[in-house]
Design a protein around this ligand. Structure first.
Ligand code: 5GP
Length: 190
């Protein structure tokens, strides 16, 4: 998606540790008009599929997931990160190692919101090592729901997550795939 790649190049900032800062349009200040354009592209890519739930993880996936849910005319569920040790039984849980904070979170989704009747599209802002996506896929599987696929705003294709998850037969559609990036060498797309 050319307009999306142009925006990433223009306003993204590459930081050490393979982190791309996108705070001015995605992760802190949010360009909602742009989110609608990304959402329309997810809708186009998955137009042949029946989808009745969007699933994301807090916090930075929520904005894009909401715009996407509007396109599909369905609700969005965001998996909550919690540090609570004793998690009540009425939730699906998984553990996710945070790429940006190097900590492990318990992630929960209430059972009342996800079940075998659901056809789920997972949306997230980034795909790096794949931990967040693997966690969400586990929750969809635990719920007995159908995983239709995943929609990712920015895939860092030089990290292993995309290959790992596609190798499991999961459809992953990324709107921008970064081949390489460096603090002074800029950003190159696949
Ligand atoms: P993964 O679990 O695939 O390693 O990382 C995905 C999650 O980590 C995303 O939900 C995102 O919040 C965060 N993340 C991974 N890489 C980056 C990055 O380069 N920049 C930002 N801002 N977040 C990232």
């Amino acid at each position: 998606m050319k307009l999306w790649e142009d925006r990433i190049v223009r306003d993204g900032k590459v930081r050490e540790g393979n982190v791309l800062k996108v705070d001015s349009f995605l992760n802190h200040q949010m360009d909602v008009k742009l989110f609608r354009q990304l959402a329309a592209e997810f809708k186009r890519l998955y137009s042949d599929k029946e989808i009745n739930k969007i699933l994301t993880i807090e916090a930075s996936g929520i904005g894009i997931a909401c715009a996407t849910a509007e396109e599909f005319g369905c609700p969005v569920i965001f998996a909550k990160k919690t540090k609570t040790k004793n998690i009540a039984g009425d939730v699906y849980t998984c553990k996710v190692e945070s790429f940006t904070h190097s900590t492990v979170y318990d992630v929960i989704v209430a059972k009342e919101f996800l079940g075998p009747e659901d056809k789920v599209l997972i949306i997230d802002d980034f795909l790096a090592n794949g931990a967040a996506l693997m966690g969400l896929i586990k929750i969809v599987n635990d719920a007995g729901a159908t995983l239709v696929g995943a929609g990712i705003a920015i895939e860092k294709a030089f990290q292993p997550g995309g290959e790992l998850i596609r190798s499991k037969g999961v459809r992953v559609e990324s709107l921008a795939r970064i081949k390489s990036m460096s603090e002074n060498g800029g950003i190159e797309f696949c």
